[in-house]
Design a protein around this ligand. Sequence first.
Ligand code: BMP
Length: 237
Amino acid sequence: MSRLLDLIRSGRGRVIVAVDDPLITLSRFKELVMKTKDVVSGFKLGLPYILSYGLDSIRSVITDFRDTYYIADLKLADIDVVMSLTTKVVCRVGFNGVIAHGFVGLKGGLDGLKSVCDELGVDLYIVTSMSHLGSTEIYDLVIDKVLSVVEGLRPTGVIAPATRPEVIRRVRSYLGRTYLILSPGVGAQGASPGSAICAGADLEIVGRAITSSQDFVKASEEVIKSQLKYLEVSRCY
Ligand code: BMP
């Protein structure tokens, strides 16, 4: 079972903080983790952040604060060998999970990546649809095929967009309760905190609404308070 599930069950807020912008200095990132790790369920580091600061710097933060959860968001989309090598390199610094695109398919692609993730004890998350409008041009047209890939793969969880709650509902009803659903698009992209959870997500991914604040704790607590309010008003339990 994923450590992430344990963190959610321990009562942490149902938020993963997305850290993408290199303007967030490494010491601010460290401050973010130190001050919010008991408030939120984990952190997702994007490619611009990982490339800017490098794996050794990121290792130093992960090593100092092990009692949370870190996802490397590389949105892997390659042949199995290359995705596996990338995952081995990146996860050496202590990431708990990686994200790959679902459209890659199983044979010679995601199935090889999954074996390596299992060997390393790293959780795998599969993108099923995206939060931007362009997702309706291709991804959403083949969502059932992507979901059948997910069923064949049995990853830890999937990514589905908070900006289109009907997609989250579709993903949840297709996959049942077996997989975690992590949902980006809350805050800066317009979705209200709580709306994705109400549609069936387990966690909401929130970036700029938290990371652009001077006060990380206050911003995180506000998102969590808004989530709870949304769930109460909408009677989603
Ligand atoms: P923000 O809350 O600042 O918009 O950040 C959203 C985060 O979620 C970013 O890290 C982005 O890469 C990620 N994301 C997304 O916005 N839409 C998707 O469909 C998939 C994502 O991983």
